[in-house]
Every structure is written in C-alpha cells, then in structure tokens.
Ligand binder design. Structure first.
Ligand code: P5A
Length: 444
C-alpha cells in the first residue's frame, strides 16, 4: 500500500477527548471513526487488524472441533420470553418494533437463538457434543460507553455454545474452550489470565474471565503472581489433559472483584506473591447446565429411552475490544511507537524512501523491493509522499508495522537499513530481511 493512495487519516496530535492510550492511538491513526455514542465505523487500518484477530480466534475454535455458523443481529422477542430473560435483561437491550408491530431486538448475546436452532434439529444423544460458534456484531445499550471500542454499544464478539449429554461431558467442552482461549491469546502475543468470575445476566455457577493486565482496565483483579509463569503447551484434547490444565491454573488464587475474599486471598497467597491490580476482560466463559434448554425445551433422547435437557455453556471473546487491548499492552506512549504483534499487524514492514523533487531513485528502489516482498506474501506500506524524513518516521511508528526499511543516501549497493521496532538498525540485504520476516510469521 502506498501512503499517497491509502485511507489512513492521521492526526498531528492526540485527540483531546480520548482518555486512554488505545482510544488515542485508534483515533490518531484513523483506525476508527465514531458515528454516534459508543458506535464506530472501522476504517481500513483498524478493520485490517480486527479481521486478523478474528481469523486467529476462528482457527483456534476450529481446532477444538467447533463449527462456525452465522446468526442474525436482529432477534425476535419470543425466544427471550421463553427463556425468561426478556424482562430481566433490562435497559441494556435495544428493543425495536417492526412494521407489523412485532417486538424485535438487536442481539446482546445469543443463548436463546442458538438453543432454538439446536432444539429444532438435534433429537438424539448420538449427535452430541455440539460446539457451535459465530462471529457477529452485538449491541448493548451501555449507560456509559467509554474508552472508544473498549466499552462501546455496538461491538464484535465471537460467541460459542456447547451442548452435551451430562455434566461430565459439558465440563469437557468447557475445558476445550479454556484451552482454545489460552492458545488464541498466546498467538495474539497477550498474556491473558483466567480468573474465577461472576456470571451476571448469562447465568450458571462456573465461569472464568480471561484478563490481560492494564492499569486502564476496568476489572479489578486479585491474583497469585505465579500464575503468569504457566502455559498451555503440549496439552492434548483429552478429558484428563484438559482437566489437568484447568487445575494447573486453578491451583493459584486468581479472581475478579466480585469473587474476592480477603481472608481467602491472604491465606492462600504468600505476601510476596500477592498481586492486586487492574485488567481488561478480553474473554468470558460460562457453564450453566440447563438454564436455557429447560425452559425452551431443548432435550435429547438418552440411551435408555428417557429424555433429558442438554447441558449448555457459552464462551465469548471480545474481538473488537481485543484491538484496543493489544494497543494497551504494546503501545509505547512516551516515544509514540506502536509495534503490532506480527500475527495481527496491519502491515508487516514499512518502507520509507527519502524522496526529493530532483531525485526519485529512492522511490524506484522502494518499488523494486516491494515487488520482492509481494512475491513472498509480505505486506508492505510505502511512504511515497515528499514529506520530510522525521514526519515520515513518526507516522510509520504510529501505524505500527513491526519492521522498517529506510532508503536514503546511506543506502548503498545491496545493503538496506533495516530495523525491528524497538531494536537497533542493521545493514543487511533483502534476502536476509525476507528470511527474518518469514520466520516470524511462520512462528504464528
Ligand atoms: C458468552 C458468549 C457473553 O455475552 N454469551 C455469549 C456470553 N459474555 S460477556 O462476558 O458478556 O461478553 C463476552 C466478551 O465480549 C466483550 N464485551 C464487550 N466489548 C466491547 N464493548 C462492550 N460493551 C462489551 N461487552 C462485552 C468482552 O471481551 C467480554 O469478555
């Protein structure tokens, strides 16, 4: 992409209305544009990042055997009346009437709709388990939308739903998502910690929030520091291995505000390991048994001829919120440098030729190099404008491709000035640069 042809409306200064760094950066580099309170358009740069996050989340869902569907944003109130949540959900639900005067709503979540889909087709235990997910816009009429896309009214969520024959199998499904979440966040280069959490309007009594640490986060957390050293490497998709994985995390005290108990915290965690801090909730999983299947009649035939209601769980990831969460974790505000993880970077490398009116040789060289990158599926952004050098660098540092090449007077022969953001500049040839970037991309 050439800067001169791109739609990346960069602002000279930080917008004053933004209070946290992710909101500032997203407005500053034109990733989003507010259209009304808590509702945003996604411009090319923001959209590119969000789509890459979505794809990683999708791949990790597919790996545990979940099947993708797509449910609509608009739902009928009927199914919500069946489950009993129509009144309970309160003012966060955006209620609409169609021209026949039918009560509709913009879906804040999909437990009812997916239960309706399930009950109309699945009749026997032989078809279980079923793990279904979709990635779709949600609407919650938050009273105080804030921090840009972090707490907004319209947001993009991956929500999955599991259907099982009994509690034991349902917990196996729950643990599959537990693993899938750890793996997805790892690919996004985030350390997200599972914390025992409250279930709120979704219901049930087993729940974990996945939280990344950030001073600007809205969730208060209390945890044992040792939980940060754990990882999910090598875990197999088997009942026992997944149970062990969850136990490995649950052995450390790690809870959100609502679940906090001072005595328990002090008893279970030695003083030097206690951490009280704030974080951003990027995912939330729930087990609620037959909370929806019972009132809505979602049952299956059991082996002995009896029938029972299916046991369900639901599993959400804030795909659009993750764009902001990654910025909160990675943006160096002081030096105004954003380095996107290569797995979701809008571009892999920026090429900055120093151009003046009489000499376009640097741009020609940039074009040549660009062709080689293209052949190797490396995405580039090239500043082909005649702005001065320092403002070009500033701009590219905000756009955040993790690698940069500068083509200027110093560039002689085959050696290029190459740097990975935050590291020293090196002089190496194009072949080596391609190799470095490809290696990093393949790791993901
Ligand atoms: C789980 C999937 C649910 O809705 N039903 C389906 C369950 N869970 S949740 O915790 O309420 O939301 C899941 C994730 O969505 C993100 N999120 C938001 N993102 C931006 N703005 C909001 N207002 C907002 N509300 C929720 C969070 O990442 C949350 O973990």
């Amino acid at each position: 992409m050439f800067i001169s042809k791109s739609f990346i409306p960069i602002l000279k200064n930080n917008p004053s209305e933004a209070k946290i760094k992710s909101h500032q950066l997203m407005l500053r580099v034109g990733m989003i544009k507010q259209s009304s309170a808590g509702i945003y358009s996604w411009l090319p740069l923001g959209f590119k990042v969000m789509k890459k996050i979505e794809q990683i989340v999708r791949e990790e869902q597919n790996k545990i055997g979940a099947q993708e569907i797509l449910m609509p944003t608009i739902q009928s109130s009927e199914i919500w009346k069946e489950s009993g949540r129509y009144e309970d959900y309160g003012e966060e639900m955006l209620r609409i009437k169609d021209r026949q005067d039918r009560e509709m709503l913009y879906g804040p979540t999909n437990e009812e709709l997916v239960t309706d889909i399930f009950r109309s087709s699945i009749k026997s235990y032989k078809s279980l388990p079923q793990l279904l997910y979709h990635i779709q816009w949600k609407f919650r009429d938050e009273i105080r939308p804030r921090f840009g896309i972090m707490r907004c009214r319209e947001f993009y969520m991956k929500d999955a739903y599991s259907f099982d024959i009994n509690d034991e199998e349902a917990l196996f499904s729950y643990n599959k998502f537990f693993l899938s979440y750890l793996n997805a966040f790892k690919r996004l280069d985030l350390t997200a910690i599972p914390m025992a959490a409250d279930t709120g309007p979704i219901g049930g009594n087993l729940s974990h929030e996945f939280i990344i640490l950030a001073e600007t986060g809205e969730s208060k957390i209390f945890t044992d520091k040792r939980i940060f050293d754990l990882n999910s490497d090598g875990t197999k998709l088997e009942k026992k291995s997944l149970e062990d994985l969850r136990k490995k995390y649950e052995q450390f005290y790690s809870v959100t505000d609502e679940k906090f108990n001072k005595d328990e915290f002090e008893k279970k965690v030695s003083e030097q390991n206690r951490l009280k801090t704030k974080g951003i909730e990027v995912g939330h999983i729930f087990y609620f048994g037959d909370k929806y299947s019972k009132p809505m009649g979602g049952s299956v035939d059991l082996p002995g001829g009896k029938k029972d209601f299916v046991k369900m769980g639901s599993y959400g990831i804030g795909v659009s919120r993750l764009v902001g969460a990654i910025i909160e974790a990675k943006y160096d505000e002081k030096n105004e440098v954003m380095k996107w993880p290569i797995s979701v970077a809008p571009y892999d490398i920026s090429i900055i030729p120093m151009i003046n009116k009489n000499d376009t040789s640097a741009l020609e060289k940039a074009n040549k190099i660009n062709l080689e990158f293209k052949k190797n599926n490396i995405e580039t952004i090239i500043d082909d404008t005649d702005e001065n050098f320092s403002s070009k660098i500033k701009k590219m540092n905000l756009i955040g491709a993790p690698f940069q090449i500068i083509i200027g007077k110093q560039t002689d022969g085959d050696l290029l000035e190459f740097k990975e953001l935050g590291k020293e500049t090196k002089k190496i040839n194009l072949e080596e640069i391609i190799k470095i970037i490809k290696e990093q991309k393949e790791k993901n």
